[in-house]
Design a protein around this ligand. Structure first.
Ligand SMILES: NC(=O)c1ccc[n+]([C@@H]2O[C@H](COP(=O)([O-])OP(=O)(O)OC[C@H]3O[C@@H](n4cnc5c(N)ncnc54)[C@H](OP(=O)(O)O)[C@@H]3O)[C@@H](O)[C@H]2O)c1
Length: 268
């Protein structure tokens, strides 16, 4: 895909991977950005940064994707008077801890952010993207956590497994319309998510297997532009993904449980 002078919508643009993808899209591809998140001040700062440094257009769109009605409102605002060429559905939240300690409200917000809003936005954008002379593409951000059940991020891993399965099925269905669907499945990334969830008790920036957000963003945007169907960034991650395909699942679950248990808060 060629993004130069075209609009790309990006959810989760206020921090981490989304923020870095916005920078790559503006700097290296000359894309105009529809930047989506809840924290408006961060989106406004991003607009100042990208317009002054790269001369692209940036429109902040404040939306809480965990709330019903927001995906439709967001889509309508995004396409009002514009052709959108790409939509990167990257916003996501995790819960690190024992599954039974996650409140029902927190789980519902996770499900709406990671799954329901992503499906709804995919539906809206799929027809919009196919209507143009050069059909555009969608990128759904999943995780390697979606490749196998992951104790202590149990519900999160299940949402990411959904994204992989949904994205790959949708990619097939949209082939004839010319709309690509890229599923991006990174391993650990050094972002706010590690601190906010408490995962930083176990994993830190600079650790083996924790990728800098800007490196990960460059690989993500490249995979999206090349219309890759499933992309795991980094050699180590690709090796692990291959191992996850061939090793017995019971073994994988117990090894990852042992790894993640190391950063848990003491139980009740
Ligand atoms: N960090 C990792 O190790 C890792 C590994 C694999 C996959 N991933 C995936 O990568 C994606 C980006 O995560 P990240 O690591 O960059 O995390 P992050 O720094 O915490 O960023 C998450 C982004 O999602 C937005 N967001 C969260 N809830 C939202 C809501 N209800 N409505 C609208 N926006 C919302 C946040 O914006 P506001 O708070 O401003 O709304 C923020 O911009 C996620 O899908 C995550 O699952 C992360």
């Amino acid at each position: 895909m060629d993004f130069r002078g075209r609009w790309v919508l990006l959810t989760g643009a206020s921090s981490g991977l989304g923020l870095e993808m916005a920078r790559v899209l503006a700097r290296e591809h000359g894309a105009n950005i529809l930047a989506v998140a809840r924290r408006e001040e961060r989106l406004v700062a991003l607009r100042e940064e990208l317009t002054s440094k790269h001369g692209v257009q940036v429109v902040p769109l404040v939306a809480d994707l965990a709330r019903p009605g927001e995906p439709k409102r967001l889509f309508e605002a995004a396409v009002a008077g514009r052709e959108v060429h790409g939509a990167i559905l990257n916003a996501g939240v995790t819960f690190y801890g024992r599954a039974l300690e996650q409140s029902p409200e927190d789980f519902q917000a996770m499900l709406a952010t990671n799954v329901s809003s992503l499906v709804e936005l995919s539906r809206h954008f799929a027809s919009h993207l196919s209507a143009h002379r050069t059909p555009g593409g969608l990128m759904l951000v999943s995780s390697m956590a979606g490749f196998s059940p992951l104790p202590y991020q149990t519900a999160y891993a299940a949402t990411k497994a959904f994204v992989i399965s949904y994205g790959r099925g949708l990619a097939y269905e949209l082939r004839d319309a010319g709309v690509s669907v890229t599923v991006f499945a990174p391993g650990g990334i050094a972002t706010e998510m590690l601190e906010v969830s408490g995962l930083s008790r176990k994993f830190k920036a600079g650790d083996l297997g924790i990728m800098p957000a800007d490196t990960c963003a460059r690989l993500a945007v490249d995979a999206f532009a090349r219309r890759r169907e499933l992309y795991v960034p980094g050699l180590l991650n690709r090796f692990l993904a291959l191992a996850m395909k061939v090793l017995p699942q019971g073994f994988l679950i117990s090894r990852s449980a042992a790894l993640y248990a190391g950063g848990l808060k003491p139980g009740p």
